[in-house]
Design a protein around this ligand. Sequence first.
Ligand code: SAH
Length: 251
Amino acid sequence: MSACNRIRFVLVGTQHPGNIGAAARAMKTMGLSRLVLVAPEKPLDEAAYRRSAGAEDVLGDAPVLPTLAEAVADCRLVLGCTARARRVALEELLPADAAARAVQRAGEPAEVAVVFGRERTGLSNDELQLCHVAVHIPSDPAFSSLNLAAAVQVLAYELRLAQLAGVPAPAPEPGFREQVASHAQLEGLFGQLGDTLDEIDFHKGRAPESAMRKLRRLFLKAELSEQEVRLLRGILSDAQRMARLAASGSA
Ligand code: SAH
């Protein structure tokens, strides 16, 4: 199975079905066929099929899911494409670097998602927070927003180049190589980390969002394996147990 078959393009909250068709065409020209739709505003219509110009199979096979978290739960790399710099502390990559990383991760093998936002408002900060890396096409800052299908074309093209260049497979490490954690496993860790920080009163009245953003970035940078996530969650469980004991002792 080629790496491209493990890379899905996820369109979130698309407003114009025609753009979904144009995105499917853009993908198919570059050998990509896995399209996922998250809560599109309108169902696929005649304009969508017309603008897919022969990529009806890509459209017809596209599952429709209610949330981005569900669309990427099994992915081990989630790239979020954004037209503007955001207050979300995420590593930011150029399309070519993002594509190289995606093809390498897909070759491990692992599932990869490339996520695109709404035509009017892009991805919300909460949605971008679910991504591991932000990807920005370095457009003119004074006019930075590409049409959705044009942005899909740029990423699909870069993925094609990366695949044709034959991004080297990850160097075999001595011994067993641990599988990098999935999106759902990382979200489980982040959820428990947030609860634990509350329980040990880490924030002391400050809003938790800023610390959580930095902690997410720290753990994403580490590319945690499944086993490392389990180890960290074990430590958090013990910290939570001690915090409850201390709370019941001082009550
Ligand atoms: N007005 C929106 C842009 C929406 S364009 C905003 O300011 O966020 C629709 C989608 O295309 C975006 O959510 C993003 O996924 C993608 N896109 C458009 N321009 C882009 C760029 N310069 N870099 C990366 N992605 C881009």
